[in-house]
Ligand binder design. Sequence first.
Ligand SMILES: [Zn+2]
Length: 590
Amino acid sequence: MISKGKSILNETKLMNCGMRCTVIEDNNSQDISVKFEDGTIKNHCSRSSFRRGNISNPSLGRGKANSIKYSILGETRVMNNGMRCTVIEDNNSKDISVKFEDGYIKKTNRFDFYRGKVANPNYVKGSVLGQSAVMKCGMKCTVIEDNNSKDISVKFEDGTIVEHIRRDYFRVRTIANPSLGKNYTRLLNASIKGESKVMKSGMKCTVIEDLGKTKITVQFEDGTIKENCSRDSYFKGSIIHPLLGRGYAYSKKNSILGQTKLMKCGMKCTVIEDNSADDITVRFEDGTIVKHKIRHAFQHRGIMNPNLINISSMPQRLVFYFIKQYFSDAVQNYRPDWLKNEETNINMELDIWIPSKKIGIEYDGVVWHKEENPRSLKKAQLIQNRNEIEKVITILEKGAFVHKSPKHINIQLESTSDRKQSKTFLEEMEKAINNILIILGINKKIEITDDILDKLYCLDVVKVYSQNLIRGENDLETLRPDLAEEWDYEKNKFLPSDITCGSGKKVWWICSKCGYSWLRSIQGRARYGSGCPDCARNVQRKRVVNIESGKVYKSITAAAKELNIKRDNISYCCKGLRDTAGGYHWKFVE
Ligand SMILES: [Zn+2]
C-alpha cells in the first residue's frame, strides 16, 4: 500500500544539483512532479528524494549538476606571481575565466587556479615594483617602474627619480641619488656618532663611536655597549643586544602584556609583566599575583589562583573570618598607594586591613618569611614611617623572621601550618586570634569549630571537583538555573556557581514543590533528569482511573499489575506524555 501521508504541494527546495525546484503535483509519497527554475519538469519522483535534495535536473546532466554545485564563480585568490585574480566565469572544472587585478583576462581551469598557477604575461619575473629600501647613499627610494631586470625606475624620498637602472643595483642598494652630488661620498663616509635609533628589537641604541663603515660602537638604553658593528646594520635596525640575544626581539613581538583572560580555575587574570615566553607575571582579580609562569599556560587558561588551592592562605582566611564579625569594614589583601614599592612600582600588600582602627594584620608563614628580604624590610620601614597606619599585628609561624618596631605587635605560634601539625596548629591559631581580639578591644572568645573550617575550605572544592570550571559559562547556576533553585545552601558548603554542570559530585537538594531534602549527584540531575524522590513516590501513591472501564485503582502499580501493562506507560498517560497504555486511556483521580 502506498501511503497518502501529508502533501508537500508547492514546497520549494534547493536540490543537490544546485538548482531550486518546486513541487507542482503531489499524488502520493511515491509520485510527485517538480518544476526546476529553468522550467524543466520532472515527473514520478518520490517525496523522500525531494526532502533529501536528490532530484536532479535532467536537462543539466550529471556533469553539469556537479559543475554548478562546485562552482567557484566570484572566488578571488593570489597567484604564485603575487597577483590577485578573480573567477569571472565558471563553465566546468576544466573551463573557467579569471580576471587579474591589472585587468588581464585569461581562460584556465579550476585546478591551476587553486594551485596559484595561472600566469599573467604582464607580470615581470622577479619584479621589485613597489618595494622600498634605504640605499647606501643614506636615502630611501621606491621602485616605481619595473620593466625587466635591466630596466627599473626608482624615486628617492626627496623626489629625485632615477630611470633605466639595473634591478640588482636596487637589491644591493647601490643606487645613488644624483641630487646628493658630491655629498654622496661624504654621506657614505660621514660619521654617525651621536645618532640614536630604535632597533627592531624595540631597544634604542646610540652610536658612541664611529671609526668607519664596519667599526662603530653602540650603547643600548640599558647601558650595554657593543663594539664592531656596521653602519649598515645600524641603519637597518638589526643590531642585536649582546646579552638579550636574538630571542629578545621575537619575545617583544609576541608579548602578551596587558592581556586579560578567564582562567580555568574560574578567575580572571591579567598579564602585568612579560619578560619572555617562559617568564610572565599575572594578577588575578582578587589581587593575587603569580610570577614566573609561561605564556602557554596563560593562553590555555591553565594558571591557577593559588588562593583557591593553597592551604597556606587558610590561616589568613581563618583570621579574617573572625575579624570580619567584629569589624565589618575589614578587607583582605589590601594594597594602598602608601605601601608603594618605589623600585617595582607595585603597591605592597597587607593581608588584612581594618580601616576604622587603622590596623593591619599579617600572617607570616615560615615558608615565605624565613628571613629578612629587601621587600619585607621596605614594607616594615613604610609601615613605621606612614601615618596612615597605627599598628600592624603579625602572626608568625614558628621560625619566621620577626620585625621589631614600635608599630609592630608580634604574636608567635609554636607550630607551622604544615598539614601534619594541624591539630596543635589550630589550637595555636585559636589562641592567636583571641589575642588579637583583646588587642582590638573585643572582649569575646572565639572557637575554631569543624563547621567553620568546612566553610573556609569550601573554595577548595572548586579545585577538586571542577577543574574546568568557568564561572558564567559552564557552572550549574548559569546552565541550569532551575536546578540551582533547588540547591541546599545550608547543607552544601559551596555554591551552585562553584561547580560545573557536568560534575559527578553528590550534593544536597531541596525540592521546590514538597521541601524534601535529598542527596544526588549534579550530573544525575542535570544530565539524567532525576527529580525529587519523594514527589516520585507520591505520584506512585496517587489513585488512577481507567477511562474506558471506569475502574479506579489505588495506584499506578496496582493497575499495572492487574492488567499486565508497563507501569511507566500508565504514568506517561496520566502526565499527558502518551495517548494510551495497554489500549486504555488513563487519568489521575484528583
Ligand atoms: Zn518533592
